[in-house]
Design a protein around this ligand. Structure first.
Ligand code: NAD
Ligand code: TYD
Length: 351
């Protein structure tokens, strides 16, 4: 039986990865390690929390002793590392939190895996989940990020992720740790924390609040449905080549203002509001410092070598997402009021 540590499993993407692994692989034991920061929410996992092959552990990857003990206790066969501080705007106001979790936390996990697996690396796997933001920004519309694109991180968030990617590769070359990395574009879907663009817009439309668009709204992002990212992680975890990097993306680029307009239109239809109602809430605000102009992924390698491809057209994914938020307004209200944290802090004592 395989024992797999998934870090950050109470967060947005992590919760989809945990659900996929717990349900698809009953023969695996899944340990979800999460600090339950503001972004961690166990309500994302209520449907599988009692599964016999699932265990939740509350803890901080920055605490090296705790991580070492966890590895000694569980003897993991694999790690899928998603725990991170993940929001660019927060990284601008508090960069050190990103250094601690994203860099030091990742190194603690690498050290623990190296110690735990030192006599037998065979069959083990350390999978680091990263972002396309490490490549910097694109200006030429013909250009895409490839696995060979040089790193050029420009925000404290992307710098911390780039640093962690470098450490993961360094442990692969120096200590022969069996590592694999993926760099993915912007995800969207259920459980998305409403500090990020799409859930924030959906939340604000519901509450008739202004829709803040940074600068002129001309920055471009590539969007991928979160379940398709989880499927890609499953594929790379099992079939990816050790030491390799795979880019994951949706071939689905949108200017921010265009995607905001599309959400407005979809929400007006769903809420039975007159066409154009939500658009009136759009408010152009001061641009983000160092705002990357465009991200675009070339995901040919994972498609050709591992046979993964996105399963959903964007319009379908967006509709599913809007429906999920409309059907889960209690989730949204609990997150925005902070109630979810009070509840789970009472359930799990800090380690
Ligand atoms: P998220 O912020 O929703 O979730 C992060 C999770 O990590 C939370 O549950 C949080 O409690 C946990 N966590 C944070 N600090 C921790 C610590 N010190 N110890 C233990 N747990 C901690 O993030 P997300 O959007 O789900 O992103 C997950 C991963 O995927 C991150 O590594 C991120 O860089 C990467 N990624 C995200 C996107 C995206 O569009 N969201 C795209 C590409 C890659
Ligand atoms: P975000 O969801 O924070 O993801 P990232 O910065 O990692 O790409 O932002 C997506 C895009 O939307 C980005 O170009 C910044 C922009 N944005 C806004 O215009 N308004 C907002 O309120 C937010 C949160 C983001």
């Amino acid at each position: 039986m395989k024992k797999i540590l998934i870090t950050g499993g109470a967060g947005f993407i992590g919760s989809h990865v945990v659900r996929l692994f717990v349900t698809k692989y009953p023969q695996y034991q899944i340990v979800n390690l999460d600090k339950l920061t503001y972004a961690g929410n166990l309500a994302n996992l209520t449907d599988i929390e009692n599964a016999p092959n699932y265990t939740f552990v509350k803890g901080d990857i920055v605490d090296a002793d705790f991580i070492d003990n966890l590895f000694t206790e569980h003897q993991f066969d694999g790690v899928i590392h998603l725990a991170a501080e993940s929001h660019v705007d927060r990284s601008i106001t508090d960069p050190m939190a990103f250094v601690m979790t994203n860099v030091i936390g990742t190194c603690n996990l690498l050290n623990a895996a190296k110690t735990s697996w030192k006599d037998k690396m065979e069959g083990k796997r350390f999978y680091h989940v990263s972002t396309d933001e490490v490549y910097g920004e694109l200006h030429n519309p013909e250009e895409f990020f490839l696995e060979t694109t040089p790193y050029d991180p420009r925000s404290p968030y992307s710098a911390s992720k780039a640093s962690s990617d470098h450490f993961v590769r360094a442990y692969g070359s120096t200590y022969k740790l069996p590592v694999v990395i993926t760099n993915c574009s912007n995800n969207y879907g259920p459980n998305h924390f409403p500090e990020k663009l799409l859930p924030l817009i959906i939340h604000n439309i519901l509450h008739n609040k202004p829709l803040p668009v940074y600068g002129k709204g001309e920055n471009v992002r590539d969007w991928l449905f979160v379940v398709d990212h989880a499927r890609a992680i499953d594929t790379v975890f099992h079939d990816g080549k050790i030491g390799d990097t795979y880019n994951i993306g949706g071939f689905n680029e949108w200017k921010n203002i265009d995607i905001v307009m599309l959400v407005c239109k979809t929400m007006d239809e769903k809420l039975g509001r007159e066409a154009g109602t939500s658009e009136k809430l759009i408010t152009y605000v001061t641009d983000r410092a160092g705002h990357d102009l465009r991200y675009a992924i070339d995901a040919t390698k994972i498609m050709n070598e591992l046979g993964w491809k996105p399963s959903l057209q964007f319009e379908e994914g967006l509709e599913k997402t809007v429906d999920w938020f409309l059907n889960n307004q209690e989730w949204l209200d609990n997150v925005t009021s902070g109630n979810y944290q009070k509840y789970y802090t009472e359930m799990y004592t800090n380690r």
